[in-house]
Each structure stands twice: as structure tokens, then as C-alpha cells.
Write a protein that binds this ligand. Structure first.
Ligand code: BZD
Length: 835
């Protein structure tokens, strides 16, 4: 804060105080001014939204000063820039985060209070930009925060979806989707840069000809041209001036369009074409982990990638640098294969538009791109039907053929003509229909390939990308995910933040390893009491939210067992509910049984077309209805499904968790990041050896982690030997009873058809080995319950979890990307203005 205030330009500080000042007085004036000059209101008639907007604009003014300085300094100093290409950014609300990063939360709290308004009331008014599905999109958001905090010059490129991830309602136990019209009331955080726009071609055909110099040339005649317009959002780092840009593209009809329609006189057709253009950035695809080869999705991917590359090349050339040196100025990270078409597009731009020879273009391309893989699930690996691909991107199809031809020529020599290997490495898949393998395009065109947790990277090397690892081991590295402590501790858990800072100061917020110093207080009874006191307060807050949203009254003294993430069979929400049923049956059998009171809290969205996931939600709610209302239970068990899981809701849930449920089938969850956020907030984990759980357990210590289940190796072995779930069902009485009850309609008003697919799937297929892990899970949960009863020892374990989570700051992840992959340095931004 001091640093920021000191650097406010002297010549502006008087006259522009209302735009840049950070004092309570300046902030009050700014809010009041905006109410008048931006919203056109006076206090008596101003709405809550008017006040929210006035405050948001006041904060944005303070960002703008830093933003302009950052951009100017990056360009003047000719610094290497990281460009993060991601189809998703799950940002969460901006206002509170910006207050924290600016270091003016307290001041704004006071300023609003003096104006007679409650800050929280305004914060709750913000509609969050939900431009992502889950972990992958949220990771991009955490990385943007860390890049700015570490003062690394960076641009995030993506799509400005008009409708983000759908809003989830629960009706009669079922998920019902509603559209997310997040831009309805305007977005004070973005600036439309109408002048920054690019044309993107789609469809059509390619003409080939020999030009006057005898050079072979290709001319792509598109069926349709769309325009991408830049919408910029400033991303401020924590207590630094660095403010990077998140540039999201909106699709529109190009200007030439109106002209064409006017001339042709075909008004209806013209209007339709305009709609086709605007549709490209209309809506986020709500599928995680399964991809269906839809034309619109390919158009979305190509659209944002092409705009972004044209934009970067423009920035590069304006610096006076040669196109051949593009890779000196830019390092581009591909967030999974969704933007991998960038590799072919880069080749098109360099070869067709900038006249480079193929080998020179390929050299630039392969020195520019790096690829992060986020999944091992075969159904999530992106492929495109070759014919469909060619109908959208005819020129890129030719280029991919050529990339593949040259690449396979090289490979054939290296693998001594081994056809299996050649097929597995080929970018084009053969079969009844040919298809394009985007992961292979990404691997061929990148100089670096990484997984997102140690186990995941190992499994990539030994399974999905085995032949790639054999071919180019030097490209591979691991970059374990991280999360930003600014949003996931400071913002979401202010009380814990104060308690921590009261002991070890505040510098842990930027250097999370310093949390280690808390270990010294882990045994201190007074600190333990204060620690659990904060937990209790956060649990009470969540109780109120749950009561308001679901009408379910829960007990803050009960163990909060928290399972929040996308609903997917591999994440095994159904294993959790089977455990609930087992406990319920124990109570029914012996109503006076001693049992640790528990509240099972679930939240998460199911992809709208994913039947089994939606059935799991219905099952959770059905079991909840019976358990929550059974007088024998005497409120010892409660089951809650918290609707519409998003960033704002996550911020309330994580701080209140006692037990973090991370029970994916080993080998299926690439990393997980919710596991990190929960542990950081003092929850203990019950989990399998999967994804980043492995590393979390390593750092917190095995005595502070509840481990159960098959290992990835055992899962693979069992699968190979032939897994028989039915045997497990017969073997365990509690399991059998639970499944029989579900099947018989015990939880569904005697309707024995609803859950048939789910039950049959478990008994006869069980692809994620729920039944194999059931016994081990239930036993481990008993240990967790026992541990929860010893308040002191639990407090100690909870403190140690937080204290040892330093590794999982996204600052650490980003530092590794910077040092090992991007080779970029930080640049500190100064605010002194030179005329
Ligand atoms: O990425 C997730 C993985 O499942 C997590 O294990 C991992 O922690 C995070 C971050 O690395 N993957 C996704 O979230 N994937 C998607 O959301 C997605 C979206 C569209 C298409 C395919 C996958």
C-alpha cells in the first residue's frame, strides 16, 4: 500500500485524486462522483446496482493507471511476453479481489460505511463471469493472478462468451439448467477495444496457383468471414503495480457484410449470416472431460486462436522486429488442446501471409508453443472428424497433412519403420473415418509438454503419450498445479488470514512457504482454540447460507464432509453417497448407536447431456430426503446438495470444511485443485493416491491425511485381469444392502426404475471401481470420525495442513513455468509519468 501511494504521480495526485487516490476520503469522493456522473443518480434514488457500479468504476480507475503504465513499460522495454491461450477462464467476482490486490479493502469498507452502505451487500451484487467449466478454467484464472503478482509480462487470450456456464437449479432433486446471462447489467471490468479487431475466415475452399516468381501459392476463399473484437479486462497483481491484460474476443459480422447484403438485396439471408457470426462467441460448451466434435466448437477454437495470433504478430511487428524473430518476443502456452489449432494457424500466417519458407516457419512455430495436458481420460482427448475439419478449415487441413508428412518422414527413421509407433504418433488417425488428433498436433508443434501433477506426468509418459516420450523425452516436464492464496485464503477466509498474520506477519500471502512458521503453534492450546474458533464461525456462516438456499437446517458442531467439484463418475460422488447410506443403515439398525454427527455437503454441476452424472445428483437428493427427515436419525446425519456451484459459492464452502473428499479412482484425476484449496483452509483430506493428492499427502505428512483405496497401478492391474464388481457386492453386507435399497426404490418413493441404470452400471460394469474401493473407504471414514472426536489432535492436524501447503501456491507453479519453459523474467512496473 505504501509503495502504491508513494508512486502516485505527484503532478496528478491533486487534480486526479478522485481517480487514483487510495485514502478513505478520495474513495468516498470517487464513489459519489461516479454515482452522479456515470450512473446519473443521487443517493436517494440510487439502487444497489448503481452503488455497485459506482464502486466498481472507482476501483477500475485505480487499475487503469497501473494498466497503462504496465503496457507502456512492456512495449518500451521490449520484454518477452507470455501469452496464455485458453478457451476458458473461470474468474469469479472481480471487485473484492481487486480491493485486496490494491490493498484498499479496509479503506473501501470504511468509505462505503461512511456513505451509509454495507460493502458486503455490494460485493454480493456482482455477477461472476463463469467463462469456464471447472478446474482447467479456474487454473487459468489463478495463473493470471500469479503472473501479475510475480510481475511477469503476460496476456491471457480467450473467448468472451455471452453466456457462460449454465446456472444450476435443483427441482424435485433433479438438475435443471438455466442460461447464464452474466452481461445483463453491463460489465464494469472490461473495456471494449472496437479498434482492435481482426477478420477470421471460415469454410470455403483453397485455390492453388503459381505466382509471377514461380512460387507455389495457396489462396483460401472462405465461405464466411467473421470479425473478432477485443474486450480487455485488467488483471492486477497483489500489491504490485503490474496489471496484465485478459483479452477476450467477441465475434461479430464484419463491416463488409452490410454492404454485401445491401447489394444482393437478400435481407433475410444477410440477417441470418449476421446471426451465424455472432453465434460463434455466444455460449460456452458445458462439457468437461468429454468432447463431442461439434462444428461450432471448432469454429470457436479457431476464431479465438486466429484473432490472438494476429494480435500478437501485430504487437511484434509494431516493435520493428522481423517476423522470423516472433519466438523471441512471445512464448505461447496452450491450455490443453482446445487452442492447439494455433500451431496450424501460425504456419498458415507465416507461410501464406508472411511468405516464410516452410522450414523457417516451422522453426519459429516449434520455438513458440508449449502444451499443457490436463487429462488422461481417453474420451477427453480431442479429435476432429477429418471431413468436418476440412469443411471448416480447408487450408489448415492441407497444412496439417504437410506437417504430418514431414514429421512422419523424420519419425520413420527414428522408429525403424515400426508401424504401430508411426500410427500412434501420426496426427491423422485412420479408421472407418479419418480424424485429426489434436494432442498429437500439440506435441509435434511444441517445444515443451507438461502434465499438471507428478503422478499425472508419469502416467502421461508411460501411457497416453508413451511414444512421444520415447521420441522426445527432453520436451517433457511436470508442473504441479497451484491455486492463488489471494482469492482462496485472503479473500474467502479473512478471519483465518488475520489469525495467521497475527502470528507470522503478512508476507506469507506472497511467499506461501512461510506458512511453515505456523508449525510452531500447532501444539499451542490457545492457538488451537482460536484456529477452531475461526473454523466454527465459517461453519455457522455456511449453515445460514444452506438454510437460505435449501431450507435444510444443519448443525455447525457436526463434521462437515465436503465433496464439491464437477459431477463425474470418475470423481465418485456415488461412492460417497453409498457411505452415507451405510451410516444411515447403522442408525436404523441400532438407533442408539454412538456416531459422530455429520453433514455431507455436495455441490457441482453435471454436463447437461451426461445422464449418469445427472442421475447421481438425483440420488444424492433422494437419499437426503429420506435421511434428513427420518426421526430415528435425530439430526445426526444431514445430506445437503448446495445448488449452482461456482466461484462465489466455493468461497463460502471451502473455509467451512472439516473433511475434504478427494476420492477419484486412482489414475483418473489429473491433479485436482479443490483438494489444495480445502487443505489450505484447514480441512483434512480423505483421498486416494490420485493426482495432486499424492503430493499433498507427501507435504502434510501421512499422519495428517486419510488414505484409502486402490493405487493407480492396482486399478490398471485389476482391469487387465478382469474386474468383477458383483463379487464385491456379494461380499460386503453393508454395500449389498445399500445397493439393494437404491434399486428397490427405498429412496425414491418405491419407484424401482429411476436408478436402474446407475445400479446396473455399478453391478455389472463399474468402470471406476466404486465397489472395489467401498470397504476401504468406509473403514477409512471411521478413522476420520474417530480423529474428529479428539478436538485437540484434530486442531493440530488442521493447522499442520495449512502450514504445509506452501508448495501449492500458483506462484510456485508459475515460477516453474517461467524458469523452465517460458524463460521470462519479471519486470517491475513504475508509475512515474514522463511527459
Ligand atoms: O483440469 C481439469 C482436471 O480434471 C483436473 O484434474 C485438473 O486439476 C484441472 C487443472 O489442471 N480438467 C478440466 O477441468 N477440464 C475441463 O474443464 C474441460 C473443458 C472442456 C473440454 C474438456 C475438458
Amino acid at each position: 500500500k505504501e509503495k502504491l501511494e508513494d508512486s502516485t504521480p505527484k503532478q496528478l495526485s491533486q487534480s486526479e485524486d478522485a481517480r487514483t487516490g487510495l485514502s478513505v476520503e478520495a474513495l468516498k469522493k470517487a464513489i459519489f462522483n461516479n454515482l452522479f456522473y456515470v450512473q446519473g443518480k443521487y443517493p436517494e434514488i440510487a439502487t444497489r446496482n448503481d452503488y455497485y457500479m459506482s464502486l466498481a468504476y472507482a476501483v477500475r480507475d485505480r487499475l487503469l493507471q497501473r494498466w497503462v503504465a504496465s503496457v507502456k513499460q512492456y512495449l518500451d522495454g521490449r520484454h518477452r511476453i507470455v501469452s496464455y491461450l485458453s478457451a476458458e477462464y473461470l474468474l469469479g467476482p472481480h471487485l473484492a479481489n481487486n480491493l485486496i490486490n490494491l490493498g484498499i479493502y479496509k479503506e473501501v469498507e470504511q468509505a462505503t460505511q461512511e456513505l451509509g452502505i454495507n460493502l458486503q451487500w455490494l460485493l454480493d451484487k456482482e455477477v461472476e463471469p463463469g467463462l469456464g467449466n471447472g478446474g482447467l478454467g479456474r487454473l487459468a484464472a489463478c495463473y493470471m493472478d500469479s503472473l501479475a503478482t510475480l510481475e511477469v509480462p503476460a496476456i491471457g487470450y480467450g473467448i468472451r462468451y455471452q453466456f457462460g456456464i449454465f446456472e444450476q437449479e435443483i427441482r424435485n432433486g433433479w438438475q435443471v439448467e438455466d442460461t447464464d446471462n452474466w452481461l445483463r447489467r453491463g460489465n464494469p471490468w472490461e473495456i471494449a477495444r472496437r479498434e482492435l479487431n481482426y477478420e477470421v475466415k471460415l469454410g470455403g475452399y483453397v485455390q492453388h496457383y503459381i505466382d509471377r516468381d514461380g512460387k507455389f501459392r495457396s489462396n483460401w476463399i472462405p465461405e464466411l468471414t467473421v470479425k473478432g473484437v477485443a474486450y480487455d479486462t485488467p488483471i492486477l497483481g497483489y500489491k504490485v503495480n503490474t496489471t496484465n491484460t485478459l483479452r477476450l474476443w467477441k465475434s461479430e459480422a464484419p463491416k463488409s457484410f452490410d454492404f454485401q447484403s445491401f447489394n444482393s438485396g437478400n435481407y433475410n439471408n444477410a440477417v441470418n449470416q449476421k446471426i451465424v457470426c455472432e453465434n460463434i462467441s455466444k455460449v460456452l460448451y458445458p462439457n468437461d472431460e468429454t468432447v463431442s466434435g461439434k462444428i461450432l466448437r471448432l469454429q470457436q477454437q479457431y476464431f479465438f486462436v486466429s484473432c490472438s495470433l494476429q494480435d500478437m504478430i501485430g504487437i511484434h511487428l509494431r516493435q520493428g522486429d522481423k517476423i522470423e524473430d516472433f519466438n523471441v518476443n512471445f512464448a505461447i502456452q496452450l491450455n490443453d488442446t482446445h487452442p492447439a489449432i494455433a500451431i496450424a494457424e501460425m504456419m498458415r500466417l507465416l507461410v501464406d501471409e508472411y511468405d516464410l519458407e516452410w522450414v523457417d516457419a516451422w522453426r519459429v512455430t516449434t520455438r513458440t508453443f508449449a502444451y499443457t495436458n490436463h487429462t488422461l481420460l481417453p474420451e477427453a482427448l480431442e479429435t476432429w472428424d477429418l471431413e468436418l475439419f476440412g469443411s471448416v478449415l480447408p487450408r489448415h487441413l492441407e497444412l496439417i497433412y504437410e506437417i504430418n508428412r514431414r514429421f512422419l518422414d523424420e519419425v520413420t527413421i527414428k522408429v525403424f519403420g515400426n508401424n504401430n509407433k508411426i500410427n500412434s504418433l501420426s496426427i491423422i488417425g485412420e479408421g472407418p473415418r479419418k480424424f485429426i488428433k489434436m494432442a498429437n498436433l500439440a506435441c509435434a508443434g511444441s517445444f515443451a509438454i507438461n502434465g499438471v501433477a507428478a503422478l499425472h506426468t508419469d502416467l502421461l509418459k508411460s501411457t497416453v503419450l508413451k511414444d512421444w516420450y520415447a521420441l522426445c523425452p527432453e520436451k517433457f516436464s511436470n508442473k504441479t498445479n497451484g491455486v492463488t492464496p489471494r482469492r482462496w485464503l485472503v479473500l474467502s477466509n479473512p478471519k483465518l488470514t488475520s489469525l495467521i498474520s497475527s502470528k507470522i506477519g503478512e508476507s506469507w500471502i506472497k511467499h506461501l512457504e512461510e506458512l511453515k512458521q505456523l508449525e510452531a503453534f500447532a501444539d499451542d492450546p490457545e492457538f488451537q482454540l482460536a484456529w477452531m474458533g475461526v473454523k466454527y464461525e465459517m461453519k455457522k456462516i455456511l449453515c445460514n447460507r444452506i438454510l437460505n438456499k435449501t431450507g435444510i437446517k444443519i448443525n455447525p458442531d457436526s463434521l462437515f464432509d465436503v465433496h464439491v467439484k464437477r459431477i463425474h463418475e470418475y470423481k465418485r460422488q456415488h461412492l460417497n453417497i453409498l457411505h452415507v447410506i451405510a451410516l444411515y443403515n447403522r442408525i436404523k439398525k441400532n438407533p442408539d448407536i454412538e456416531i459422530v454427527p455429520r453433514t455431507f455437503i455436495y455441490a457441482g454441476k453435471a454436463a447437461p447431456g451426461y445422464k449418469m452424472a445427472k442421475l447421481i445428483i438425483k440420488l444424492i437428493n433422494s437419499v437426503g430426503e429420506i435421511v434428513n427427515n427420518d426421526p430415528d436419525v435425530r439430526d445426526r446425519l444431514k445430506v445437503v446438495f448446495y445448488p449452482n456451484y461456482n466461484v462465489s459459492n466455493a468461497q463460502v464452502i471451502y473455509p467451512a470444511a472439516d473433511l475434504s473428499i478427494q476420492i477419484s479412482t486412482a489414475g483418473k484425476e489429473a491433479s485436482g485443485t479443490g483438494n489444495m484449496k480445502l487443505s489450505m483452509n484447514g480441512a483434512l483430506t480423505i483421498g486416494t493416491l490420485d493426482g495432486a493428492n499424492v503430493e499433498i499427502r507427501e507435504v502434510v505428512g501421512e499422519e495428517n491425511f486419510f488414505l484409502f483405496g486402490l493405487t493407480a497401478e492396482e486399478v490398471a492391474k485389476k482391469k487387465k485381469e478382469g474386474y468383477n464388481p458383483y463379487g464385491y457386492y456379494l461380499e460386503n453386507e453393508e454395500l449389498k444392502m445399500a445397493i439393494d435399497q437404491i434399486a428397490s426404490g427405498y429412496f425414491s418413493h418405491l419407484d424401482d426404475t429411476i436408478f436402474k441404470d446407475l445400479v446396473d452400471n455399478l453391478l455389472y460394469h463399474d468402470p471406476f471401481m466404486v465397489l472395489a474401493d467401498f470397504t476401504s473407504y468406509v473403514t477409512c471414514q471411521e478413522k476420520a470420525a474417530l480423529a474428529f472426536q479428539d478436538k485437540k489432535s484434530w486442531a493440530k492436524m488442521s493447522i499442520l495442513n495449512t502450514a504445509r501447503m506452501g508448495k501449492f501456491s500458483s506462484d510456485r507453479s508459475i515460477r516453474e513455468y517461467c524458469d523452465d519453459i517460458w524463460k521470462v523474467k519479471s519486470v517491475s512496473v513504475h508509475l512515474d509519468v514522463k511527459d
